[in-house]
Design a protein around this ligand. Structure first.
Ligand code: ZN
Length: 424
């Protein structure tokens, strides 16, 4: 089982060691890392800065990141990468040289140590306006007045913030640190919030959900959550994108950026809607949700070349992450099941054969002749596999492994390399 602190440490380093761009782009996909008993969500608020405050915050970020570069070069030269050892080496220097507060200095050292944890083979450099971390000593929240009091290199200042209804509910459960990020010349604070997970509902059976390419999701009751609109938008955008990339002018680049954001927001919205519906159905019928074990999905699904981009898109993984955290918040258990041959197995006679699936949408058993809609049959197989392993057996462990694989997948594929995110 993953210990809570391991998970939260990973999340922390995730946030601090990536650029503001990536954080903001992946904000809904990477933050729902949970451990049994509690769900961690990140609330995002937008700071309504005056021009002076904005420049003070930027100045602070730049100074902190310059300090990180300095710490990094000392670490690199001395081959000292552990936080405690680094602290002894650079703390006094950094405070004197960069005029940073004690707490910011500590966070900078931690950021550098975190960065080297991931890779010690090359010297780490930091983006001038990369995210910086604040704790309660240098950032205080005045929720009643919707404002924060925040430390900058030009002194402490009070800044009003705005956020949506959900975020403002969420922010009440805020704990500990927050990251300051700059995105499109706007400052945002990302605060970690801790929500206690409700007691899991005693479930009878499981609702199997098959996540796919043509149909985003199909459940074992036969409901199809179509991917048509999402795929249409994506196809249109991809064509337009190719055109714009060829053009390469400044205005084309601007348009590309806008396009990427638009598509991401659209997909996110669809994913929120679908995951909400699925979780509601499972909750209402007192069932767990069974999903294929993610690590196998990419290898298993064979798709035509023109569909591959869809499969590798981060929104595929986003839906999974949404399903998992929404289920947790609703007390619905999520059971990862063995994904092997779910689309080739006959639920009627148990025959496993590639030829059982003559086309993308059709299932037809070569042994007994049982036939039907392929994705629905896959979902039924997923559902029955979950029942074979009752939810209470090693439930926590399964979930921890599940969350781990989600986070790894998100990090290795979606967040860092997807072309969509490059422009966001
Ligand atoms: Zn059969």
């Amino acid at each position: 089982m993953l210990a809570p602190q391991v998970t939260s440490a990973r999340k922390r380093s995730n946030v601090t060691s990536r650029s503001a761009k990536e954080i903001s782009a992946s904000i809904d996909t990477c933050v729902h890392l949970c451990y049994p008993g509690s769900v961690k969500l990140i609330a995002q608020v937008k700071l309504q800065t005056t021009p002076e405050q904005l420049s003070a915050l930027k100045q602070t970020m730049q100074t902190a990141n310059r300090a990180c570069d300095y710490i990094s070069s000392v670490a690199w030269e001395q081959k000292t990468f552990k936080q405690f050892a680094l602290h002894k080496l650079v703390y006094q220097d950094v405070r004197k040289q960069f005029g940073l507060s004690a707490q910011v200095t500590v966070r900078c050292i931690a950021k550098v140590a975190d960065a080297y944890k991931l890779d010690k083979r090359r010297k780490r450099k930091f983006k001038p306006q990369g995210a910086i971390t604040y704790d309660d000593r240098i950032l205080s929240w005045q929720l009643e007045q919707s404002q924060v009091s925040i430390w900058t290199t030009s002194g402490r200042t009070k800044i009003p913030f705005v956020c949506g209804d959900k975020q403002s509910e969420l922010i009440k459960t805020r704990q500990g640190e927050a990251d300051l990020i700059l995105f499109r010349d706007q400052c945002y604070l990302l605060a970690t919030c801790d929500i206690t997970e409700p007691e899991p509902i005693q479930s009878e059976g499981a609702l199997g959900v098959d996540l796919g390419v043509v149909n985003i999701a199909v459940d074992s009751d036969g409901t199809v959550y179509s991917g048509k609109t999402i795929n249409n938008v994506r196809f249109r955008h991809r064509r337009l994108r190719t055109k714009l990339q060829k053009k390469g002018t400044r205005s084309a680049k601007r348009l590309l950026k806008k396009l990427a954001g638009k598509e991401a927001r659209f997909a996110k919205n669809v994913n929120h809607t679908i995951s909400k519906q699925v979780v509601k159905l499972a909750q209402g019928t007192r069932r767990a949700i069974a999903l294929e074990d993610l690590s196998g999905i990419r290898k298993r699904v064979t798709v035509r070349r023109d569909q591959r981009a869809t499969l590798h898109s981060w929104s595929f993984f986003q839906l999974r992450a949404f399903l998992t955290y929404k289920a947790q918040l609703a007390g619905v258990t999520v059971i990862p099941v063995d994904p092997r041959n779910t689309s080739r197995t006959c639920p009627h006679c148990g025959c496993v054969d590639k030829r059982n699936r003559p086309s993308q949408s059709k299932f037809s058993c070569v042994t007994c002749g049982f036939s039907g809609f392929a994705d629905h049959i896959a979902a039924r197989n997923i559902s029955s596999r979950a029942v074979v392993n009752p939810p209470n057996v090693a439930h926590d462990e399964a979930k921890a492994v599940e969350m781990h694989s989600v986070s790894m997948e998100l990090r290795s594929s979606a967040v860092t390399s997807h072309p969509l995110l490059a422009g966001v």
